[in-house]
Write a protein that binds this ligand. Structure first.
Ligand code: PLP
Length: 450
């Protein structure tokens, strides 16, 4: 490739001085991006500014990961201080104190009994780690036959081979068949426009869909099944909210058959639902939980798995000097990420931010449901401090309607997330009533004309 002569990361970087010829962008229409560039050159508080001067409210808190807003002074200070103190230390056989402190803090926020935290760098790695823990746990207990996993249609669990195997999104899977995990089944998704369109919060229809798990167990026999993995509410695929009683039913069936239940809390963890985790919000305790994103406010990448003490204890056998779980990453428990995580969780507690998310949940619910009846809106959904509007697709061009609205909204000062034909929001926890009002006004204005 020709050497790049493009400008570096200066605060004044613009599409005219920044080459777009080298970066292969993830989950992006790369050719479209080149003709419609959107480069964020400043992020401060709840707003981002683009190189062309447009400024927009960050309706999705980055990518569900910056609930404290951008450039928070305490986080800036933490990054600087930590870089000067311990910027890196190997994670194997030695450790940094911040990772241990953060693990304790996270365990303190998790449901009782979920005491052990394994750190990764992303949600995808967290998911693959959780699947490996589940499989190894059964083997250690003498049930090596338990290797199968059960995910859910429309589930998103990142892009590792484990994650796409248990995930339920055709486009993410179709290029990679045969997938690396051979024994995977999928529960039906719980989204049904006929039965639940425009439901506020949790639908009352659909708990029976969990009973499909009994059918799958009968087919394979429980002795072959390691774990079921679901998101408490599915965020990336357009805010699909679990029916009342659905997660409880999954829990009962898993317990009955000795199958581990994994909640992928990469989006629901750390307050998005107004509770520490989705587990507490929906009153169901899984055996393993994944997290990522909000734990560091997106400032430094980090993810992880929280395990029940009993699962951890199962690994703690064999000679004391021997490694109990042959798994880990160079950057597991990275001191920069751990220090930022500690500050984030302190701020959430000191400033009552999770409580604040809970208080704003009904505000976003009311505001978004006021859009019912506007042209081309098929459904409106909400969970905690997040909401989505599902739009009628343009015939033969799925996704284009939401993309057009997403583009037009930036001109109106709103940065939404377009996923398929759904527009989603999950604003910073300090969002005001007026800011929520402006999001909804923008959607109202644009659906009437686009
Ligand atoms: N799991 C869930 C539920 C997610 O929503 C995501 C990302 O959105 C992931 C896993 C993957 O996380 P990452 O992109 O950090 O790998």
């Amino acid at each position: 490739a020709p050497a790049s002569t493009s400008a570096g990361a200066s605060p004044t970087a613009s599409p005219t001085t920044t080459s777009l010829d080298h970066y292969w962008m993830p989950f992006t229409a790369n050719r479209y991006f080149k003709t419609h560039p959107k480069l964020v050159t400043k992020a401060e508080g709840s707003y981002v500014t683009f190189a062309d001067g447009r400024k927009a409210f960050d309706c999705l808190s980055g990518l569900w990961c910056s609930p404290l807003g951008h450039a928070h002074p305490k986080l800036v200070e933490t990054v600087k201080r930590q870089a000067e103190t311990v910027d890196f230390c190997a994670p194997f056989q030695i450790a940094n104190p911040w990772a241990h402190q953060l693990a304790g803090k996270i365990a303190g926020m998790a449901p009782a009994g979920m005491n052990r935290v394994f750190f990764t760098n992303s949600g995808s790695e967290a998911v693959d780690t959780a699947l490996k823990i589940a499989m190894a746990y059964h083997r250690l207990r003498g049930e090596a036959g338990r290797t199968r996993f059960i995910g859910r249609e429309r589930g998103y669990h990142g892009v590792g081979f484990g994650g796409i195997s248990v995930g339920g999104l055709g486009p993410n899977r179709k290029m990679f068949s045969p997938l690396t995990l051979p024994g995977v089944d999928h529960l039906p998704h719980t989204h049904n426009l006929k039965e639940m369109a425009f439901t506020r919060g949790q639908p009352t229809w659909g708990a029976h869909l969990a009973d499909e798990l009994e059918r799958i167990v009968a087919l394979h026999d429980a002795s072959n099944i390691a774990a079921v993995i679901v998101e408490p509410f599915a965020g990336s695929t357009g805010i699909l909210v679990p029916p009342v009683g659905y997660l409880q039913r999954l829990r009962e069936i898993c317990t009955k058959h000795g199958i581990l239940l994994i909640f992928d809390e990469v989006i629901s963890g750390f307050g998005r639902l107004g509770s520490n985790f989705g587990a507490q919000h929906y009153g169901v305790t899984p055996d393993l939980m994944t997290f990522a994103k909000q734990v560091t406010n997106g400032v430094i990448p980090m993810g992880g798995v929280i395990a029940k003490q009993e699962i951890y204890d199962t690994f703690m056998t064999g000679p004391e000097h021997a490694i109990e779980f042959s798994h880990g990453y160079t950057y597991s428990g990275h001191p920069m990420a751990a220090a930022v995580g500690l500050t984030v969780l302190d701020l959430m507690q000191q400033d009552g931010l999770i409580q604040r998310a809970a208080e704003m949940a009904p505000v976003i619910e009311d505001a978004f449901h006021s859009l019912k009846g506007e042209p081309g809106i098929l459904d409106i959904r909400n969970a905690g401090l997040s909401a989505a509007v599902e739009l009628e697709p343009i015939a033969g061009k799925p996704g284009l309607r939401a993309l057009n609205l997403f583009e037009a909204a930036i001109d109106e000062g709103q940065l939404f997330r377009a996923a398929g034909d759904t527009l989603a929001v999950a604003p910073p926890y300090l969002v005001s009533k007026d800011e929520i009002g402006r999001m909804v006004d923008t959607i109202r204005k644009l659906v009437r004309k686009c």
